[in-house]
Write a protein of this length. Structure first.
Length: 282
């Protein structure tokens, strides 16, 4: 499993959240408190938005706690919207191409969890990805495959429906293959203006997810100045030991946050009615 955080708000240096809090993402990479994997040392990645129309990405295979370049970059990059991820592999190789977040166009995507029995499902799932998107399939993870499939299902125009169709398709393929191991998802994605975060599992045991969106949460994270305007933190674990100002995200929930505010919606997969078919992009 993995640990991650997503931030939307007043531009801050990435190091303020990645390195400085008591239970920072770097600390979680060594001593995760709410994960089956205590250590998340199979690579890391950050993705951020600034002046360019597409996001910047920095990923590598070193443990996040042992990469001097990550600290140096995080201390220099300021952004009002960024994602950060530390990886614990669930079976695929440790390579830069398999580190999160994944980028396609203006989108960034990162994930904690796994498709149960993915090794038996990988070929069928990959055939569902439209050809024009499959050429951007650089890694071997189930996470990247789900991201490209969601793009094929219309992530650009209707993210909520695209995610529902993606999850419904994956669950249908798992059922057809006779896979009994669960699908578990805790993911975040952004298109440069909003953050979407999904917490879902087929067995009711989704990876942890929290929201921080009040002054106390931002102050405990060491970024009280960011509370001067509406902002949001979505993350795998609270950044301190005080739980009252971190809101647990319920099972089967979709968080949508943007300039207009944040809403938490009930999430339900959309299973194909007439058999699984690959999405058609026009």
């Amino acid at each position: 499993m993995c640990r991650w955080l997503a931030y939307l708000g007043t531009p801050i240096f990435l190091s303020r959240l990645i390195f400085e809090p008591k239970n920072s993402l770097i600390d979680q990479s060594l001593h995760a408190r709410q994960s089956v994997a205590t250590t998340n040392g199979d690579g890391f990645g950050i993705g951020w938005y600034d002046a360019q129309p597409v996001p910047g990405v920095f990923r590598d295979v070193l443990p996040a706690w042992n990469d001097e370049n990550l600290r140096s970059i995080a201390e220099q990059i300021r952004s009002g919207l960024f994602l950060a991820h530390v990886r614990a592999s669930t079976g695929t190789v440790t390579s830069r191409q398999n580190c999160h977040p994944f980028r396609q166009g203006r989108w960034l995507f990162m994930h904690n969890g796994q498709i149960g029995g993915y090794e038996a499902l990988r070929h069928r799932l990959e055939t569902m990805i439209p050809a024009e998107l499959y050429r951007h399939r650089f890694g071997t993870t189930d996470s990247e495959a789900m991201f490209l499939l969601a793009l094929g299902y219309g992530l650009d125009s209707d993210p909520a429906t695209a995610l529902a169709r993606t999850v419904g398709t994956v669950e249908t393929l798992m059922a057809e293959a006779g896979i009994e191991r669960p699908l578990r998802i805790s993911c975040a994605l952004t298109d440069s203006t909003r953050i979407l975060a999904l917490r879902y599992s087929s067995d009711g045991r989704s990876p942890s997810m929290y929201l921080g969106r009040n002054y106390d949460a931002f102050a405990e994270a060491g970024i009280a100045e960011a509370a001067t305007r509406p902002g949001l933190l979505v993350l795998s674990e609270p950044l301190d030991d005080v739980g009252e100002h971190w809101e647990p995200v319920a099972e089967s929930s979709l968080v949508i946050a943007g300039p207009e505010g944040t809403e938490v919606l009930a999430f339900c997969p959309q299973r194909p009615r007439n058999g699984v078919k690959a999405p058609s992009r026009r």
